[in-house]
Ligand binder design. Sequence first.
Ligand SMILES: Nc1ncnc2c1ncn2[C@@H]1O[C@H](COP(=O)(O)OP(=O)(O)OP(=O)(O)O)[C@@H](O)[C@H]1O
Ligand SMILES: N[C@@H](CCO)C(=O)O
Length: 357
Amino acid sequence: MSLRSFKINVPATSANIGPGFDVVGLSLSLHLTLTVSYPLIPPSQPYVHPTISYSGEGSDEVPLDPYKNLTTRVALYVLRCHNIRSFPSHLVIHVDNEIPFGRGLGSSGAAVIAGVLLGDTIGKLRLPTARLLDFALMVERHPDNVTAALVGGFVGSYLKELDEQASEAASVPLSEVLPEYPPDADEDWGLNPPVPPFGIGHYVRFPCSKSIKAIAIIPRFELSTAKAREVLPTEYSRKDLVFNLQRLAVLTTALGQSPPDPELIYEAMKDRVHQPYRKSLIPGLPEVTSSITPSSHPGLLGICLSGAGPTILALAIDGFEAIAEDARKIFQSFDISIDWKVLEVAGGSVVQEENQN
Ligand SMILES: Nc1ncnc2c1ncn2[C@@H]1O[C@H](COP(=O)(O)OP(=O)(O)OP(=O)(O)O)[C@@H](O)[C@H]1O
Ligand SMILES: N[C@@H](CCO)C(=O)O
């Protein structure tokens, strides 16, 4: 019997990089990998639902029911928007995940991008990058993690101001985009999902010096993005907005300079829009970001909260261990244990067909 098989590889991401709240993301060398296969059998044979196995980060909590798992639900959403009712019969998916859940390293963004690529590949849709992004943005409503996970590198994106009709279509509740699959659902469940409008998100890749590495200092507790967004104000002073805009403008070029300038970057990675409000959820955050500086730690370029936290991201060209171990000591004084990893800036997502016989 002939078999189709392929792999999908999606990187972790760190969003915000200090001042770029909901705007910039950096892809990192931890990956979510899907190994997918199914036999090419005639539709007359009895249908067998997909099976998922899972190893690595999150394996004790992730749902393995394909109608509840985030990645497969997103894939089914993409397929059904293209009039493909169901997964192929006997679909087998193995997920291996290196991205810890709820730590600010873009685990949910990676799961969503993996789902969009899974739907696109199974359906042989060959959607262009911009359209893949539209689908991802119907699920994850801010572009920073998903764009960087899809295209890779140091990326900035914005959501376009859509006309009224498209704007309504893009803001339907998530429960309509990805409805919970009822256990007794008949075959017609969720067959007409809301199709994304075109051109929701737009992006540009900034230069990033090859000498830069990212130290992820990962506290051993989870913080959901939803909880870390609840503490943010809805309005900001002009002074704080200008503070962030000035730094973001400099940062987008400064990381590409060779050699990177630590004095410029350290200041350009400061933030007044989200980090100050999140310190109540992450004990030790202000102490770590203010005590570890380019003068105290040669090689450091800048340091910030990674995404919604609790991970701290230090960009550096040298001195990785001293940076991470000193952050560990500060966190320890707040009774928080950490793990740390030195990561590369990664490329974007890759789909690799293995067998199409
Ligand atoms: N590989 C995966 N498969 C299925 N669900 C996942 C997967 N990865 C993450 N999730 C879901 O996403 C949740 C974490 O998302 P959340 O947005 O809170 O944090 P994050 O994406 O890790 O961090 P951030 O958005 O700040 O970078 C997990 O608890 C889980 O429900
Ligand atoms: N920009 C988002 C990233 C997390 O998904 C935040 O900081 O809330």
